[in-house]
Design a protein around this ligand. Structure first.
Ligand SMILES: NC(=O)c1ccc[n+]([C@@H]2O[C@H](COP(=O)([O-])OP(=O)(O)OC[C@H]3O[C@@H](n4cnc5c(N)ncnc54)[C@H](O)[C@@H]3O)[C@@H](O)[C@H]2O)c1
Length: 294
């Protein structure tokens, strides 16, 4: 069984390609930039690497009948989407449509799409269920929601699975809460916390890899799933955990909050637990220790 992974050179992609190979899959790892893929996987058995742009390459030439496709390629950062909304729409919406069309045409086995909690409105009931209102407050969230709509309205009989990841952290992500905190602490600098009381649902990259693999096999397709820990933790507490894990006397520097942060964000993950058999295995302190070990 071959899995085509788009955006394979990114943070989630690199970890997932490793997880797929370890689980015995053949992998076509594709990205517009393939430097990390080449450094880590060139010459590795059962792994092909393709440098391609999901917008300019005819994806029908790449995807074969019976492939499973994991679509991760995206403009995945809020600031990049805000700076260039047109590009975010092209890559996140049009790029996803290209993949959907190729999967339908080539009769791919299934398409798993990496979506995000940023598709939900800021005022949804907590914990957030999959049927909560989706009126995003960010350009990034809007493009990811628009891509989801193509699955709901256009995907015909294509078996798809939408995974709405929570706040993913792990090795190789040195920005955002956890990543940026550890980066600054390692340099002997104070970590900067914006706001601080807002909560998020932090999920370790190894649990995300688990969810991706489950989504590639589940019989419960044509569904969207929240993929998180199901626990709310404030950004201040996350920073304290990073400081404790680094065993340092440095303290956090507090700055005003940002409008695009949810005041409270935590998932109801019971649908993924019941239908996908998804069970997060890493709590935040264990995850931070694992990042520091690796
Ligand atoms: N990291 C998170 O916290 C998080 C949370 C929720 C959802 N997601 C989603 O998960 C997916 C992966 O996120 P990530 O953190 O690995 O992001 P990332 O930015 O590290 O990786 C995205 C990859 O897509 C590639 N890409 C961009 N445009 C492309 C194009 N036109 N053609 C081919 N490849 C292209 C980039 O080169 C990059 O390697 C994204 O779809 C993102 O929206 C991530």
């Amino acid at each position: 069984m071959r899995v085509v992974v788009t955006g394979a050179n990114g943070f989630v992609g690199l970890h997932t390609v490793r997880g797929l190979l370890d689980a015995g899959y053949n992998v076509l790892a594709a990205d517009i930039i393939a430097s990390q893929l080449k450094a880590r996987f060139e010459g590795v058995k059962r792994c092909e690497i393709a440098t391609l742009n999901i917008l300019s390459v005819d994806m029908e030439q790449v995807i074969k009948k019976e492939d499973k496709v994991l679509h991760l390629a995206a403009i995945a950062r809020f600031d990049q989407a805000r700076q260039n909304p047109q590009k975010a729409v092209r890559v996140n919406v049009e790029g996803t449509l290209n993949i959907i069309q190729a999967c339908i045409k080539k009769k791919a086995e299934r398409l798993v799409y990496a979506s995000t909690g940023s598709v939900y409105s800021h005022d949804v009931p907590i914990p957030i269920r999959e049927d909560a209102k989706r009126e995003p407050d960010s350009i990034y969230g809007l493009t990811k929601k628009q891509a989801e709509e193509w699955f709901f309205s256009y995907s015909k009989n294509l078996p798809y699975v939408i995974l709405r990841y929570g706040y993913v952290y792990g090795k190789d992500k040195d920005w955002g809460a956890v990543g940026a905190f550890l980066k600054r602490l390692k340099k002997g600098e104070r970590p900067v916390v914006f706001g601080g009381r807002q909560t998020n649902d932090f999920i370790y990259i190894k649990d995300i890899v688990q969810a991706n693999l489950l989504a590639l096999e589940t019989e419960h397709v044509r569904q969207a799933y929240n993929i998180g820990s199901g626990r709310a933790i404030s950004i201040k507490d996350v920073c304290e955990l990073c400081i404790a894990a680094m065993k340092t006397n440095l303290t956090m520097e507090l700055k005003p909050g940002r409008a695009f942060d949810f005041p409270v964000f935590v998932y109801d993950i019971s649908k993924a637990q019941t239908l996908l058999n998804f069970e997060p295995k890493w709590n935040l302190s264990k995850g931070i220790e694992d990042v520091l070990r690796s």
